[in-house]
Write a protein that binds this ligand. Structure first.
Ligand code: GLP
Length: 250
């Protein structure tokens, strides 16, 4: 089935639409799957504003019921490290919303045995009933979460080495030095991602236009991990005009 595609010219409008989806997903009571990356910064800003604007009772209810699982985390960084995804999520949502630390769940990047931590995290997600809505960004090499190419559609949550392209893409948070980016990460796999009730892929910028086209409009293959998302019956894709530039639109 073709995904529901929304192309928005304006970044503010895009962030607002995605924040509305997240708010509805939080209110549903099902665990929410969250993502990091620059794409999500305006989305989380819009979500904070929406939550702040709720009537106090509704806001309290929403925050009290908050249950989210992030896609991934670097191996070797403390959660207090602002470069870790735990640190990023605490700055974007945890502290501004005064969420107790255990509500924003992520793999533990400090775990002595990252493989065991990946199994624990996957089991914790399963025990919570799996993901309701999974928010996803797109890596410039076609990764989702940190599922680097090549990646099978049934790859589980695991510890894996990061691709050189990914370490370059994420170097800006590490003083611009790709060598300073951790070499490994723990990531939910395509297995857990495809098991979510709904997927919401958010992509912005001309630099992702070609990989977005390959992800959505070429047959799924391990070389483009995001292409497996086509198999999900409830995939929504929200993009800006620059990211949509290479898509064949009817
Ligand atoms: C990161 C994350 C992904 C994210 C992607 C895109 O490395 N692991 O979950 O979606 O790469 O990041 P950005 O939005 O900064 O382009």
């Amino acid at each position: 089935m073709a995904p529901a595609l929304t192309v928005l010219a304006d970044g503010q409008q895009l962030a607002a639409l995605v924040a509305d989806r997240l708010l509805a997903a939080l209110a549903s009571g099902r665990p929410l799957g969250l993502a990091t990356g620059r794409t999500m910064e305006p989305v989380y800003a819009a979500l904070r504003h929406r939550i702040a604007a709720l009537p106090p009772r509704q806001r309290q209810q929403l925050l009290a019921g908050w249950c989210s699982f992030n896609l991934d985390e670097y191996v070797g960084l403390e959660p207090e490290d602002p470069r870790s995804f735990a640190g990023v999520m605490a700055a974007a949502l945890g502290r501004p919303l005064q969420l107790p630390a255990d509500r924003l769940q992520l793999p533990d990047g400090r775990a002595a045995d990252p493989d065991a931590e990946a199994r624990r995290y996957s089991a914790a997600l399963a025990a919570a009933g799996g993901i309701g809505l999974q928010l996803l960004g797109l890596g410039s090499n076609g990764h989702v979460g940190f599922n680097e190419p090549p990646c099978a559609a049934d790859a589980p949550c695991r510890c894996l080495p990061l691709a050189a392209a990914t370490r370059e893409q994420n170097a800006c948070a590490f003083g611009g030095d790709p060598a300073a980016v951790p070499q490994r990460a723990i990531s939910l796999g395509l297995a857990e991602i495809l098991a979510a009730d709904q997927l919401l892929l958010v992509v912005t910028g001309a630099g992702k236009a070609e990989i977005l086209r390959r992800s959505l409009q070429e047959p799924p293959c391990p070389e483009v991990p995001a292409s497996w998302l086509q198999r999900h019956p409830r995939l929504e894709v929200v993009v800006d005009a620059a990211a949509a530039a290479a898509l064949q639109l009817r």
